[in-house]
Design a protein around this ligand. Structure first.
Ligand SMILES: Cc1cc2nc3c(=O)[nH]c(=O)nc-3n(C[C@H](O)[C@H](O)[C@H](O)COP(=O)(O)O)c2cc1C
Length: 234
């Protein structure tokens, strides 16, 4: 993957689940990229600071998709965004980017007030035409079901936040799944069969705890609306 990326020389490369080997990191730095990585605890932020990250993403428990934890798998150590963010701002000198539950300009302004250098938003983009979100997933994101999310390991083997569906209710949400990433292929045939029948009962319906920012407008429009909160905080 790094060889492929090297042709495009992206100015920023962001890692989840810690950092890769020193050799791989050196390759990424070799084309001048800045390195970002997610921290879910103060210990992880200190580790990333000591191992050469240029900025740290404070990923709060509200965030959609995979938890980026890498030093401990103990989920009780995971913090909410506005508990984690100010602690990281105090603990490290690197810029801290807030992630998790930020869905509108007020959320951005609140994160900036707590010392964030920027924000990272995922869930609010999931109804945009640029996102590859499936039709089934889009329908659930637009429904009241999106108000109930949980961390589940059933779809990939690692805890990730998604909208609660039948398989999460019946097997988990943290249940007997093969190790990451083997669970993905384990559930794939069941998922394909259910999706062919128009059902999201066996699909990962990734979403953060705050899906209220999801709108069927372009990503550019979502970004400029969020940026109002950044400008308001200056
Ligand atoms: C569908 C989905 C996929 C994601 N995939 C990745 C990923 O591949 N790498 C990563 O660093 N973060 C990933 N994230 C996490 C986001 O970077 C970010 O932490 C999170 O979306 C912020 O919280 P929010 O979902 O409440 O906006 C993903 C999030 C979602 C919703």
């Amino acid at each position: 993957m790094a060889d492929l990326l090297a042709e495009f020389k992206p100015p920023v490369v962001s890692f989840h689940f810690g950092l890769p080997s020193e050799a791989l990191l050196a390759q990424v730095r070799g084309w001048g990229a800045k390195v970002l990585a997610s921290a879910t605890t103060v210990d992880e932020a200190l580790w990333l600071d000591a191992h050469g990250a240029d900025a740290v993403i404070a990923q709060g428990l509200e965030a959609g998709g995979h938890r980026g934890h890498f030093l401990s798998h103990d989920l009780t150590k995971q913090l909410g965004t506005f508990a984690l963010l100010p602690q990281l701002v105090r603990a490290i000198k690197l810029p801290v980017i807030a992630a998790g539950g930020i869905a509108d300009a007020d959320g951005v302004a609140a994160a900036m007030a707590l010392g964030a250098a920027g924000v990272q938003v995922g869930t609010a983009y999931m109804l945009t035409p640029e996102a590859t979100t499936t039709a089934i997933h889009r329908a659930v994101l637009k429904s009241d079901a999106a108000r109930h999310t949980a961390l589940t390991n059933l779809f990939t083997g690692r805890p990730a936040r998604g909208i609660v569906n039948r398989v999460m209710r019946e097997l988990g949400p943290i249940g007997p799944a093969p190790e990451f990433p083997l669970a993905t292929s384990g559930i794939a045939p069941l998922r394909a069969k259910a999706e062919a029948q128009g059902s999201g009962d066996l699909s990962p319906l990734w979403s953060g705890q705050n899906a209220t920012g999801c709108r069927e407008v372009s990503s550019a429009e979502v970004t400029s609306a969020l940026a109002q909160g950044f400008h308001a905080s200056l």
